[in-house]
Design a protein around this ligand. Sequence first.
Ligand code: SF4
Length: 326
Amino acid sequence: MSTLPARDNAPGLPGLPIIELDSSLPIVGNGETVATVEKSKSRRLPEWLRRPIPSSGGMGFTKSLVADLGLETICESAKCPNRTECWTRRTATFMILGDTCTRPCGFCSVKRGHPEPLALDEPERLAEACARLGLRHVVITSVTRDDLPDGGAEHFRQCILAVRARTGATIEVLTPDFEGNTEAIDIVLAAEPEVFNHNLETVARLQQYVRRKSQYAVSLAVLDHAKKSHPRVKTKSGLMLGLGETTGEILETLADLRSIGVDFLTLGQYLQPSGRHLAVDRYLPPEEFDELGRMARSMGFLEVASAPFVRSSYHADEMASHAIEA
Ligand code: SF4
């Protein structure tokens, strides 16, 4: 596993406490079963990340639908802590292009390896799922497919068109970087998604530690190209916090995103999916997320979601609806 690169100043905001990892804290939450959690003695959560083990009773409709239609979701693949809430609300983030990723990011629990060939009926199955869920805003993401000449861009386009034709929903794509291939990005944008999201995930210093084979500058260039080539599209990006970044580095990153006109921002706490993944460096208290959110808004982001459990697609419909017509 990679070594955390050294930082040269304090991690937190002045006036707010730095929370040290406390091995005496009980382990609860993260949307997992008690049995799973009890096995993992290394993942100890502060009080604000402990939630009651949620009842999964309301998830049945979404869960059956996803299974029946043979679809993948990032909600399940990434072990998202919000799955019970979102699936009970009958919303999910669909992951297209298979279940196997070609990149070895240290934070991510999506399966990695050699992907299967594309499922050509996936756009129709996806559209069917969105129609049955009654979604008015659909978020589509994917594994990274560096094995495909276009990185899966044409398949993205087909999925957008199929979902829109079937549902009339607004569409948000959360894409890989397509290795900076602007022709591939243009293929996706030709289908005119309302929101184009590409996550930086972390600050510049930690890129190679957190998402090996991806580059900060390439990700910025992807977002820059999307905005310049399609000015009406809302661009969006997000960071996981608690991986070892400093507040100064976070603010520099937000400034970089604003300098290329990124509209929407998400900031959430990184949670280690398993003992094989990158360790949490620090748990930021909710007040620190609030303060970072305030700072981000003052920098000009149209919409900001900043809280420990925020993920890229968490309440994405609300974020999009506030600003798509703006
Ligand atoms: S926050 Fe996003 S990834 Fe997580 S459960 Fe909700 S829709 Fe799925």
